[in-house]
Design a protein around this ligand. Sequence first.
Ligand code: IPM
Ligand code: MG
Length: 369
Amino acid sequence: MAANKKLLVLPGDGIGVEVMGEVERLLGWFDKKRALRFDVESAHVGGAAIDAEGKPVSDATVKKAAAADAVLFGAVGGPKWDNLPFDMKPERGLLRLRKDLGLFANLRPATCFEALADASTLKREYVAGLDIMILRELTGGVYFGEPRGVETLKDGTKRAVDTQVYTTPEIERIARVGFELAKKRNNKVHSVEKANVMHTGVLWRETVTRLHAKEFPEVELQHMYADNCAMQLVRNPKQFDVIVTDNLFGDLLSDCAAMLTGSLGMLPSASLGAVDPKTGKRNALYEPVHGSAPDIAGKGVANPIACIMSFAMALRYSFDLPDEAAVVEKAVTRVLGQGLRTGDIMQAGKTKVGTREMGEAVLKALEQG
Ligand code: IPM
Ligand code: MG
């Protein structure tokens, strides 16, 4: 018999804990009803880890994450930890996991459920049927470039530095993932940078152009400046299929794309490492794009759908269970079709529910197959 699938659950802080609770119930359902067993371990990350273990992620947790088949991550951060020194901030826990696990490819699909086409701040005709994949480079760029830091100058003023840096292999490996994704979708890639002002942008464009000509000439490729891309995302989002971009631009553009789907509470993500040629294993972390939302934390009103859909991505990308992933996605579609809405996607005439009720409804919809 194949070994059980190893999951590490890191709920983190704020609404991360609440939305992850609904995913844990989903795990229970798969165990009971589908005999799909997961070995589930949980650990602290972010503020919760600072409180319990003295730092935003412990070495032991990083080790467990690397040994797991997939990590399910909630969210980190909150006002309680806002004033800590930079390296102690809750976010460092997430950034360390990304870096140490080599999770360079961050997939952020922005798809608009038919039932939510009116929940977006954009008009229905612009978002109905929307299906974009934002592919964000996740272990390089200004998030990790050296030198970085703040120094005090002789006159008492300060000077802060962050460094944007990319190498050819880093650009090639993320672009390759982008082209491969496009081949299974609508065969179109937008490569996004600022080659008009940044050297990294020039290298990005050159590298993607070369890789395209050499390995993926059959895929349609367009280059776009990041500022224009932000504008095009709200002007005509359906022109996009796969957007491949760097760490910082990907962070910004994915929040922007989230609103097209109705709410940040709807956006799942997968962060993937390279496949280990020896073991065939690839590190992976699945995370809702929304943060810890301290303003609504602990109230039981957060939307668990992004976290649930992140679990569906884990089924698809880490466990090669596309049918089970589709079952989860179908259940979510059904619940939205029934008119159930958490506050973030609430519309007139619909039924407002909390986190637990939404999770409950998804379980019920699963039962109906
Ligand atoms: C995201 C978040 C993170 C990021 C934060 C929490 C470090 O905004 O995943 O988009 O900036 O990458
Ligand atoms: Mg972000």
